[in-house]
Design a protein around this ligand. Structure first.
Ligand code: SF4
Length: 264
């Protein structure tokens, strides 16, 4: 089975995938940590959603922000302590980023909720579905025939149609989405079609740093691109093929494997 996380890594750099599979022994812990951080982000969104139901249309922005923020900081603190007790090395930088993202999310949600309540003359309880549609979080999808497995961050269901959503903490491109984000999304879309016997025409990438949602159309070229990437991933993970990559690129200076990679 190929995990969609391997596809993501390959799209970042095929050599990174090779190192993770055939050299690095700590990778399992990094993967575990990434999953815990993702789960925490989803719990934060859930808390914001619950808090939102308490907001009334006569409240001002400061009151709205204060209600949306209830229990968030303490939850982040207790959850990151729990992650540390699992012997996973979460860095202060990652905790600060979680705090910053939730602060930004609360600010933008407060503004949108206030405006929507004023225009529609409704309390937040009545408009929650506009901000948080019916959805499933961290849904495990797999297809034995395709030998593909992956956890979709979020699946939104609107009028009986399914929309896969990836939640990204990375910087977004100026327009559209990064190639690796599009490939990850189409992989989830294909698994989702199989799981729910449906068709997926579009998915979304949520770049949480700037609170922007960008659509990705699941066209034929993107689907073909995924199968090409799967073939290359198999070559590396199963046949131990050493990929040919350009080293000393800009991304190498940000890569945790720089030392291992450039030494060899
Ligand atoms: S250091 Fe550069 S070439 Fe090596 S794995 Fe990282 S990104 Fe790839």
């Amino acid at each position: 089975m190929i995990n969609i996380s391997s596809i993501k890594t390959h799209m970042y750099c095929p050599m990174k995938l090779y190192i993770q599979n055939h050299v690095d022994l700590d990778e399992n812990k990094n993967y575990q940590l990434a999953i815990e951080i993702k789960k925490l982000k989803i719990d934060i969104l859930d808390l914001i959603q619950k808090n939102m139901r308490k907001i009334k249309k006569e409240m001002d922005l400061i009151e709205i922000e204060s209600i949306l923020s209830e229990n968030i900081d303490s939850y982040i603190e207790s959850s990151t302590n729990a992650i540390k007790s699992m012997d996973l090395n979460i860095e202060q930088k990652q905790i600060n980023e979680l705090m910053d993202n939730s602060y930004f999310n609360i600010k933008t949600t407060a503004l949108k909720v206030k405006r929507t309540m004023t225009i529609l003359d409704k309390n937040a309880f009545e408009i929650t579905d506009m901000f948080f549609p019916n959805c499933m979080y961290s849904y495990l999808l797999k297809d034995p025939q395709l030998e593909l497995i992956g956890m979709c961050d979020k699946i939104e269901i609107i009028d009986g149609k399914y929309y896969p959503v990836s939640i990204k903490s990375s910087n977004p491109p100026v327009k559209g989405v990064w190639d690796q984000d599009a490939i990850e999304l189409v992989a989830h879309a294909i698994l989702l079609e199989e799981e729910f016997d449906t068709e997926v025409f579009v998915g979304f990438v949520d770049y949480e740093k700037i609170g922007d949602r960008r659509p990705v159309v699941m066209d034929v070229n993107l689907r073909k691109g995924l199968f090409e990437v799967i073939r290359e991933v198999k070559e590396i993970t199963e046949n131990k093929k050493l990929p040919n990559v350009k080293k000393y690129s800009k991304k190498c200076s940000k890569c945790e494997y720089e030392k291992i990679c450039l030494k060899n």
